[in-house]
Design a protein around this ligand. Structure first.
Ligand code: 39S
Ligand code: ZN
Length: 769
């Protein structure tokens, strides 16, 4: 029985990789220093996994930015526009070209945009979307996967290289030209995979892990056929190769036969997300195929219930024999924080609650424990585990009857604004009196080192509350003056008091605990520290009113109140697994609803409730979507419907492919929605157009994930494009998302250009009339 791990967090337990990458990008360290940090992290991870008793230790799960982008380089899928990065006198090499693809490049007389980025399945991890053209060719173009295998081997560890499977890779990308389908490229792609396999086998690899998470999606005949062709071909050409095929994030369901009949040495399944089909899977495996049991949750932080996992392990052994069973986490541990042992602050995380948890490092031990219990009869490990599980189950900390009663008492009327949108719009237009194409931003302004240090010093106790709040007020004051100067129409306070749009609220709500070091990669060097919901949620006191009313008191212009909505708070927290997500979401809705009412009472006329993560939380399988969307819409409406008609409710969503959920977006009935659209050149608006989306929309006119400054002309162009599909009186002008990750100089330049673009478009329209 092998102990298998699919992937380990690569950020380093103190975010060493983040710090090194950002230092390299700003010219503070050399490339060789950056490479050295990468090497140290890999070494530590491999040794840790070895010490934890893992047999199948992954390599090539490390990445300086994103593993999908690494894969595009591996197979030589580099869009032509990035060729320029390597030529000329800039002395760039492949790593710089790689970062240019991820982040854009605007120096040495070059101006190249970043590639599109989007969410990886239903996670908060973002990948760089592969681009495909009609006569796409592929060519082995990076040695990373081989170098890392050799590097581990030099440490005495024979790893299992991890590679994104050809079908999931093709499906993750986008056609950039008409006249072909990306799956047609399989034939051109497979020879490069074969070269990779051949080289890895020559280096001594035994197992190769092929990730095919697309098996968790609704697949048609062509996709299943592509899997059959690819893995059929690998097994024919490489009889010695041991393929470990993985699927995760949902069950196989109707893809069971498509997966179980593939000629692979082992099939990994996610038994946390979808235990229902387990017996059926065991019964349908080919005789030569082993099963890797994904029993330890790679997506949440709760301690594994050994008793429950052991039932799977026992059943698998009984049916297949020990040699055909592996124990594993459900998916790559990329999505887990690194090490629970680093949490030492009882105020953030009380010992009693900490005892219920496991982070990546602890999850490796859990895999090992499960092995020790089932193979070596170490019952004491089971006894200790069951004591923790039982203490959580029976804990009085978790349950608050008043909260449960309030959720149970919610009515239809609680989820309903007073008047329909058309009437609200009239009242709002006459009250707010904004120009056509009103300009605004999404909420946050740059989180400078200054502000982070301020927060860090306050947390440490080096600053008094008064000193801290005075400094935050100064930041707000100068942000408001600054926005008035560049002549934005609707202002924001800048979110300087927030570490993160979800963590901040988690810290202010009951029912949450949080960590000091529980970082998880979101994209590139950006990490999040999801707060943890362990019990029933309520709001002890107003959370944002103090800052919003202070900000509003400084200006005649309208200030947007700024909240994170229930769907997003839930999606970006680690959630309890002892009640349905929809129940927790409604508890959050009520907390936000009370905050909305308090903001309105304090005189705030525009309130934005961010639902950045609505699309990300959408179930991967169509069959599950309606229930999710109904709950999500209801939750948003409960959060937003207490206000009078004149109060304008905004929402904001990022990375959204809305085509399939546009009805639900409309059903949320926000007066204004701001969305990400710029990297996809407003493609998205077609869905709003086709559906005749009635409410107001701010299609983002520039990409904030890149430091590149957009020109006025390109934003005018995007706004004109938007005007052809949307009624002009419904269009707002704003960036794609918040500006917290940007620096002030580029923010200033970009927003000035944006205001100029709005003015130009207004002028064109007036002249045309
Ligand atoms: N939860 C969440 N998910 C999201 C987003 C989001 O905003 N939040 N946005 C979308 C894109 N994803 C993003 C994810 C992270 C960040 C981001 O900026 N993260 C920050 C960390 C934010 C944070 O919590 N900062 C804390 C802690 C800061 C810190 O690093 N402190 C230093 C000490 C202070 C210093 O001297 O710098 C330390 O602990 O070492 C704070 O500001 O208070 C980062 O990686 O740099 C941005 C976008 C989608 N998903
Ligand atoms: Zn956003």
């Amino acid at each position: 029985m092998l102990k298998n791990n699919l992937g380990y967090p690569r950020i380093g337990s103190h975010r060493e990789l983040k710090k090194a990458c950002e230092s390299y990008w700003s010219g503070k360290i050399s490339q060789s220093q950056l490479l050295e940090v990468g090497g140290q992290i890999r070494r530590q991870n491999w040794l840790l996994q070895q010490q934890s008793g893992i047999d199948l230790i992954p390599s090539n799960d490390f990445s300086f930015y994103d593993q999908v982008l690494d894969h595009s380089l591996l197979i030589g899928n580099i869009p032509e526009r990035y060729d320029a990065i390597l030529s000329g006198n800039a002395a760039n090499n492949q790593l710089d070209q790689y970062f240019a693809m991820a982040r854009g490049y605007q120096k040495d007389g070059l101006d190249v945009k970043a590639m599109e980025m989007t969410k990886w399945y239903d996670t908060n991890y973002h990948f760089i979307v592969p681009e495909f053209v009609k006569n796409q060719t592929f060519k082995l173009s990076s040695s990373k996967i081989f170098d890392e295998f050799s590097e581990a081997l030099a440490l005495g560890i024979s790893t299992k290289p991890v590679i994104l499977g050809p079908v999931s890779y093709l499906l993750a990308g986008k056609e950039k030209e008409d006249g072909f389908k990306r799956l047609d490229l399989l034939t051109a792609l497979l020879p490069v995979y074969e070269q990779i396999i051949e080289k890895l086998l020559a280096l001594g690899a035994q197992w190769i892990q092929f990730d095919e998470p697309c098996l968790a999606l609704d697949l048609g005949y062509h996709e299943k056929d592509a899997l059959r062709i690819a893995y059929g071909q690998f097994s024919t050409k490489f009889p010695k190769l041991k393929v470990l095929l993985t699927t995760y994030f949902d069950g196989l369901r109707d893809n069971l036969l498509a997966a179980s009949q593939l000629p692979v040495a082992a099939l990994h399944v996610d038994l946390v997300r979808y235990p229902q089909q387990f017996t059926e899977i065991l019964g349908s495996l080919k005789e030569s195929t082993a099963i890797s049991l994904g029993v330890v949750d790679g997506r949440n932080i709760w301690k594994n219930d050994y008793q429950q996992s052991l039932t799977f392990i026992k059943e698998a052994i009984a049916k297949l024999g020990e040699n055909r069973v592996m124990i594993a986490p459900s998916c790559s541990l990329l999505h887990s924080p690194c090490d629970l042992a680093l949490e030492k602050d009882e105020e953030c995380l009380p010992a009693q609650i900490k005892d219920w948890m496991a982070f990546a490092k602890q999850k490796l031990s859990e895999v090992n424990d499960l092995y020790e219990i089932s193979a070596n009869g170490k019952q004491e490990l089971l006894t200790a585990n069951q004591a923790s599980i039982e203490s959580r189950r029976a804990s009085a900390l978790i349950h608050k009857p008043v909260v449960k009663e309030r959720v149970a008492a919610l009515t239809e009327a609680d989820a309903q604004r007073t008047s329909p949108f058309v009437e609200r719009q009239k009242k709002q237009k006459s009250l707010l009196n904004l120009p056509l194409f009103p300009t605004t931003t999404i909420g946050s302004f740059p989180q400078t080192d200054d502000i982070r240090q301020l927060r860090a010093r306050y947390k440490k106790g080096d600053l008094s509350t008064e000193q801290y709040e005075t400094s935050i007020e100064e930041h707000i004051k100068s942000a408001i003056e600054w926005q008035e100067n560049i002549d934005l129409d609707v202002l924001v306070h800048g979110e300087f008091e927030r570490n993160d749009m979800v963590e901040y609220f988690g810290e202010l709500l009951n029912g949450y605990v949080f960590t000091q070091n529980g970082w998880v990669q979101s994209y590139g060097s950006r990490c999040v520290k999801p707060p943890i919901i362990f019990g029933d949620i309520d709001r002890p006191e107003a959370m944002t009113v103090r800052w919003s009313s202070f900000a509003q008191s400084l200006t005649q212009k309208y200030m947007k109140g700024m909240l994170t909505g229930p769907i997003t708070i839930l999606q970006w927290s680690f959630v309890r697994d002892d009640q349905p997500r929809s129940t927790t979401m409604l508890q959050l809705s009520l907390a936000i609803r009370d905050e909305v009412s308090d903001l309105e009472k304090a005189g705030i006329k525009i309130i934005q409730i961010d639902e950045a993560a609505i699309r990300e939380g959408l179930p991967l399988r169509k069959a599950d979507r309606k229930a999710y969307l109904d709950n999500a819409v209801r939750s948003f409406r409960v959060a937003s419907s207490s206000v009078k008609d004149e109060t304008q409710i905004h929402t904001h969503m990022c990375y959204s492919e809305f085509n399939d959920i546009i009805e639900s977006i409309a059903a949320m009935d926000a007066d204004v929605i701001t969305i990400e659209t710029s990297r996809s050149q407003m493609e998205l608006l077609e869905a709003f157009n086709e559906f005749n989306y009635p409410n107001e929309i701010g299609p983002g006119v520039y990409d904030i994930h890149s430091p590149r400054v957009p020109t006025t002309e390109e934003m005018v162009h995007l706004l004109e494009k938007a005007s052809t599909v949307l009624p002009v009186e419904n269009i707002w002008v704003n960036p794609d998302c918040g500006l917290k990750t940007r620096k002030w100089p580029e923010t200033e330049a970009a927003l000035k250009n944006m205001v100029a673009a709005a003015e130009a478009v207004r002028k064109n329209i007036t002249e045309a009339l």
